[in-house]
Each structure stands twice: as structure tokens, then as C-alpha cells.
Design a protein around this ligand. Sequence first.
Ligand SMILES: Cc1ncc(C[n+]2csc(CCOP(=O)(O)OP(=O)(O)O)c2C)c(N)n1
Length: 501
Amino acid sequence: MSSEQKIIEQLLRAGCGDFVLCGGARNAGLIAQLEAAEGLQIWKHFEERGAAFFALGRVKDHAQPCAVVTTSGTAVAECLPAVIEAFYTNKPLIVLSADRPAEFRGSGAPQAIEQEEIFGDYAARNIEEWDGHGPLHLNVPLEEGAVESESWPAQVDGFLAKRLPFEVRDLLKFFDDGVFKGIIAMVGGLELEDREDVFYFLKELGIPVIADINSGIRETLGELLVPEQAFKGNLPGRVLRLGEVPIGRLWRDLEEHPEVEVLSVCRNGLPGLARSSQVIHAEVGRVIRGLGAVAAVGDVRDDFPRARPFWTRFDERLESFPDSEPGLVSLLSVYATTGESLFIGNSLPVREWNDFGQRRTPYAQVFANRGANGIDGQLSTWLGATAETVDAWGVFGDLTTLYDLAAPAMLPQVEQKGRVLVVINNGGGQIFKKLPRLEGLSEVQRAAIVQPQEVRLKSWAEMWGMGYVRIASREEFDLLEPGEKTLLVELCPDLDQSEAF
Ligand SMILES: Cc1ncc(C[n+]2csc(CCOP(=O)(O)OP(=O)(O)O)c2C)c(N)n1
């Protein structure tokens, strides 16, 4: 058996049957073997950074490992951002990199860099020590010998991530006493398999909930859902965080309020706060099932009545400024209910969707990439996560889109029917306009941070064979008609209305 076959066998035994191939000379043997295999899911990309994010999207879609296969040199380094994202979201992303033989280490020979520990603590380095909960890097020194071309049947074993140990007691204690000071739940991104348990748990408890759009349960909570603004200057005594780190401002404010007790139940085991707090490192749904039936806590303060005026005030503003960014996002949130899945890229759209998105109709499937808060690789992850989904909607900022311009290279390999790619083009990173810290800056200083741009996204749509429509007002939503090929929707809010809003 060749070195290439041996390493591929190892991956198949670990449950990896999905591969994104990025061609090169050093990994030609691996590529040829994988292409010739029968029964594997194979994707091809020329650009390793996007390919690694696409692979991460595949993992999000089917909860099985996916491997990106690279040649030696900087090709491996391109995978670092996706590996970091996979680390913070506990995803079994595998990088299989070809290396030059050991004698090339430290030589400076062409395309020979130090690959062995290139991902540092972000990835396990051999299959035996890998628990299936985060990234794995397999770096294989390969000779550039003759390449095999025979087809062969690939047998993929089942993937089993090790279960995380936890103590239900810690969660019970959190509800024990002191609840009179008020307890709320903050729900960040949730795994698909955790969503139902979290939903029933919160319904039984009856406490106020701030739920991010990528929790997947936001529109199911009804009266329990409260906007985070209701707690500004009115913090509860305790916060139960479920899932990924919440995206809104309130979570960041908790950093300055150590008197608020915080308990996080999350899969990456990280508190998400630099000050002291408690963490249960576990699969969220499993912890909740372990609790069994819970007694209702209800709203021990008056948070629910306090929350209602906020929703009303938001609705009034949306009516007054219909073509502002919140106004267009709010209507977009209604149109997007027709999709089979929804992916939201960067923070500002997520926050706007949390605050102004419709609150009645749950989306069939919601994804985001919020582990390390990068604006890179978002489109690629979306395409990987929805490669086999019709009517897939993705929403991204303009700089976020410009970061991943080669992502549509994957379009011919993925499902395009009904696919809608929405770019909110507000001319740069408008999230920075909202930072109070930057208010005193000059126009020039501010522009260096916001990075305004005037690119022609229509030309980009043409370049990759996408349909295109520009929408700048609520009336123009009528133009939004998904079709057989991907439709790029350039959403252009009225900047003055956004400011006024
Ligand atoms: C890789 C990376 N680089 C830089 C940042 C810092 N950053 C956060 S948001 C943002 C701007 C995003 O702009 P855009 O996509 O246009 O969205 P908007 O804020 O206008 O909604 C930047 C540069 C980041 N999060 N990730």
C-alpha cells in the first residue's frame, strides 16, 4: 500500500467520506487516489482558503468530518482561518497536507515551509489523539513518485465524536437560590441537534430569552423573546448562556458587570468572558435532557412588560424609515422565510436581524460562522453548508463579500436552484459607525476604519454567471425572483434614513 493509500484509509476509518481537493504537484498522488475512489463525496477548488471554509460548511451541514487536501507550502497556511473557526465551534474539519520529505525541513528549498505544527494548538496532530470535537491536521511527507489512477471502492466507517463529560448539578444549583434577582437566558448559535431540547427547556422555565437568529429558535419563542435593549441599565442577577457566544452588545457589557452571575453551557468549554463566570463544557441538548423535568421559574421581575414597548418602538421606527438598513433587513427577513435555509455572515446583519427581523415564522434552517468573528470565508462556508440545498439564502455585508470574491468558483458544483445571495451594500464596514468610541474621529480617520468602497457588484455577478438585481427600497422587493441559477441581490439601504433611524 502506498503512503497515500495508508493515510486515506485512516481517514475513511475515522468516518471522513467528504473531501475538498486543491490540486498541486506534491499532493497529486492523494488527489488521484481520492478522485478514483468510488463512494466518496468529492469537491474541487483552486484556492485553499475558500476550500477550507467550504469544507467547514460541509461539516456544518452533515455533522461529519470533511477534509481539505492541500499541496505543500503556503497552501497549508491558507487553511489557518478556517481551522481557527472550526476550533472555536468544535467542528471536525480535517486538513490533509502533503509535505516534502523530512530532509527538506529548514532547507528553504522551493515550496518547503515548516508545516508540521503550523496550526499550533488549534488542531490535533494525529488521528489517535483526536476526539472528533475540533480540527485535525494530518501532514504527510510524500515523494513525488508515479501517480496511481485505478478506481477502487472506498469504505467509510461511521464517525463518532467522544462524548463530553459534565455535571448536571452545576446547572441545577444555578436555579437554586437568588433567582429573585432575576434570571434571563441568552442563546447564541446552537447545533441543530440541540435546538429542540433548548426550546422546550426555555418554554418550561418561562424566563425572558434573548435569542440570536442563528440559535434557530428565535421565532419560536413568542412572548419569551425580549430585545436585549430592555436590559440596558437594568441587568438581571443571573444570565444563563446556552450555545455559542451571543453576538449582541449586552454580552460584551457583562464583562464590566462581574456582579451578574453567568453560567455558560457550551460545546467549546470557553466562558466567552474574560472575567470570572461558570462553564459547563458539554453538548447543550444532552445537559438539558440530563436535567429531566424542570420547575417553572417564570419572570420574577417585570422584564416581559418592560420588553414590549421596545418591540413597539422598533416597529414605529421601521415604518418611519422604511428604506433604512433596518427597514430593508426587516422586509428581507419576511422574504427569506420562503427559503430552505438561511445563512447570515457578519455581525451587523445578525444584530439587525435579531432586533428587526420578523418574529413569527421560524426558518427551516439557520447557520452562521461566529466562532472567531472573522468576516473571511463567509460565502465559502455558506456554499459548503448548503451545497445540496435548494432555495438557500445567504446574507453578507459588502466588505465581507469582497473578502471572499473567489467563493462563487464553487457554484457549478453546488445546488443553485432558488439560491439567493444577498449583499447588503452600505459602502463599507458600517458596524464601525455605531461604535461610540469612534465618534470623535475626523472623516479621514473614520474612513480608514470604515473603508468605504464603490465596486460594481453587478460585474462580479456577471463574472461568475449569477443573476443580478439591485434593491434600494421596499417597493423594489417585487423584483426579487429566485430562479434556476444563483441570484445576487444587491441591497442598497438609504444611508440618510439609516442614520436617522
Ligand atoms: C478577517 C477579519 N478582518 C477584519 C475584521 C474586523 N471587522 C469586523 S466587521 C468588519 C466590517 C464588515 O463590513 P461589511 O461586511 O461591509 O458589513 P457591515 O458592517 O457594513 O454590515 C471588519 C473589517 C474581522 N472581523 N475579520
